[in-house]
Structure formats: C-alpha cells, structure tokens
Design a protein around this ligand. Structure first.
Ligand code: AMP
Length: 295
C-alpha cells in the first residue's frame, strides 16, 4: 500500500494504479461503516484509493475540529488489510496553501437540515470533495447513506460541474442496537450511548407507520418527536421528511420515495441518522439509485 501526503506524491502514485479506480474519502478514525465503502469499492473497481483528511473548512466555530478523534496508524493498518492500494493523507496546508481562495458553493440542496444547522459546512465539504475528485481522477467515488444530504450535495455538484465520476452510495452500518456507526460515537458517555440508540428506534417506528400505510407527513415527523421528547439526554436539531432529490420538505401525502432524517445533540455529541422510505430502499443499491440527482 502506498501512503502519500503531498500533491506530487499523489499524482505519481495515481499514475501507477491499474485499471478502474475507486475513491473512498474519509476523515479517518475508521470503523465498519468506512470499511463497507472500501469493500464496495473493491467489488466494483480494480484499484482502491482512500483519503484520510479531517477537513478544517467543513467545521464551524465552536465545533469539534480540535478534538476530532484520530488514529492514523490504526487506520492505515485497517486499510492495508482491506487491500487498499493508495492512501492520501495530506496535512491541512497541502489542501489549503497560503493564498487559497476558491470555493465550491452548492445552493438549494444545502439550505435545509445540516446546512441550516452548520453554516458553511457544505461549502467546505463541496470544496474539499471537488479537490479530491480532481486529484484522484477516480472512476467511482463511494459515500455513505449515513450522510444523506452530503450525497445529495455531491451529486448536485458532480452534475452541475460535469465532473466525470460515478457516485455510489452504501447503506448505513449500525451497532446491534441500531445506532449508526460514527467516529463521533467515542465521545458518548455510557448513559448517552444508551440514549443515542433511541434515535434509530424512533426513525424505525416512523418507518413502520409508513409501511402500515401512514402517508401524512406531519404524523410521520411527529411520531419521532413524540418518541424522543422523554429522552432527557437528547436534544433534537431537526426531523425532516423530504424529497430525495431536492430535499424540499414534504407537505402533502405522497407515495414517492422519501428521505426521513434527523440530527440530535446527545450531550456534547451531534449525531445523524436517516431512513429512506419505503424501507426496501435502505438495502444495497437502494440509496445509490434513489438519493440525489443523477448525472
Ligand atoms: P467521515 O469519515 O465521517 O467523513 O465519513 C466518511 C464516509 O463514510 C462518508 O461517506 C460517510 O457517509 C461514510 N460513513 C460514515 N459512517 C457510516 C456508517 N455508519 N455507515 C455507512 N457509511 C458511513
């Protein structure tokens, strides 16, 4: 496995890769969710490239950039064992050298939900992902449904800027009690960890109502809010039931595929989770075929 941390090093190592290339961008502190992306990339592509970069421009004031968990040696071991060919782990100054002044701003689909709660977040995400796409020259890039709005934003960017890359979306990998794996889960105390599991339970409850025929968008959202009201360790940021391409909130009952998503503060930790409706869309292929606008 080649490990590079400079632009020149990456360009050289990229040229040596054989056949089709799959890119897996991460912020490191890897878990089984990341490794599922690597597995999917191995299935679909001849060579896999991973990036580890805690992108400072997608963190807001007062967020957890300084304490974001890191363990480079462990990450590299995991990627090596998984058969990754090339890892790019640049320091911030390589990605943002002095004088950097070009940003990618995706508009409508960044306005709600994560975009509303984290001003500037998607500008940082879109910019760093555009840079990684330019550097990696990959055929396919792999993202998790876990960050569903991120997928919608990136697919919009790829389409609008005619970036020649195929975006694949992998299902959410969860703990046995349903909590979505996240590098941030290590921040949770024992008590908070128990409360965090109720996020998925509430989403699932609403998804079950949908399966039983409930289509009233307010009732689907409110069933989640009602269930989480009693969790004193947990503060909901939003519950969204939205169109899978535009992320506009649904106001009328519909049978079209929908994204049911939420974010909550559990102690100092901010957690995300979501379900696609109907439920079968959460399996492999479902999210890739459904989320965001296709090029
Ligand atoms: P991060 O390192 O948190 O920026 O995540 C890197 C990639 O892994 C993103 O595409 C995430 O959506 C994806 N990812 C994170 N957690 C999970 C999970 N539990 N299941 C599937 N994909 C995930």
């Amino acid at each position: 496995m080649h490990i590079v941390d400079s632009i020149e090093g990456l360009r050289k190592a990229r040229q040596a890769l054989q056949g089709t290339v799959g890119l897996v961008p991460t912020m490191g502190y890897l878990h089984a969710g990341h490794m599922a992306l690597v597995e999917a990339a191995k299935q679909m592509c001849d060579s896999v490239m991973a990036t580890i970069f805690v992108n400072p421009t997608q963190f807001g004031e007062g967020e957890d950039l300084a304490i974001y968990p890191r363990d480079m040696q462990r990450d590299l071991n995991m990627l090596q064992q998984a058969g990754v060919a090339l890892v790019f782990s640049p320091p911030p100054a390589v990605m943002y050298p002095p004088g950097f002044q070009t940003w990618v701003t995706v508009e409508e689909v960044t306005r709600a939900n994560e975009g509303a709660h984290r001003p500037g977040h998607f500008r940082g995400v879109a910019t760093v992902v555009a840079k990684l796409f330019n550097l990696a020259q990959a055929d396919v890039a792999f993202f998790g449904q876990k960050d569903a709005q991120q997928v919608v934003v990136i697919r919009q960017m790829v389409r609008d800027l005619n970036i020649p890359i195929n975006i694949q979306v992998c299902p959410i990998v969860r703990e046995s009690d349903g909590l979505a794996l996240s590098s941030r889960n290590v921040y949770l105390t024992g008590e908070e960890r128990l409360a965090a599991a109720s996020l998925n339970k509430a989403l699932k409850h609403s998804a079950n109502l949908y399966d039983d025929g409930e289509r009233n968008p307010n009732r689907l959202r409110e069933s989640i809010i009602d269930m989480l009201n009693d969790e004193r360790l947990l503060q909901l940021d939003y519950v969204s039931l939205a169109n899978v391409q535009t992320l506009e909130e649904i106001v009328e009952p519909t049978d079209e595929p929908l994204l049911l998503s939420l974010a909550a503060q559990v102690g100092k930790t901010r957690l995300l989770d979501n379900y696609l409706l109907p439920a079968h869309l959460n399996a492999q292929e479902g999210a890739s075929a459904t989320l965001g606008i296709q090029s």
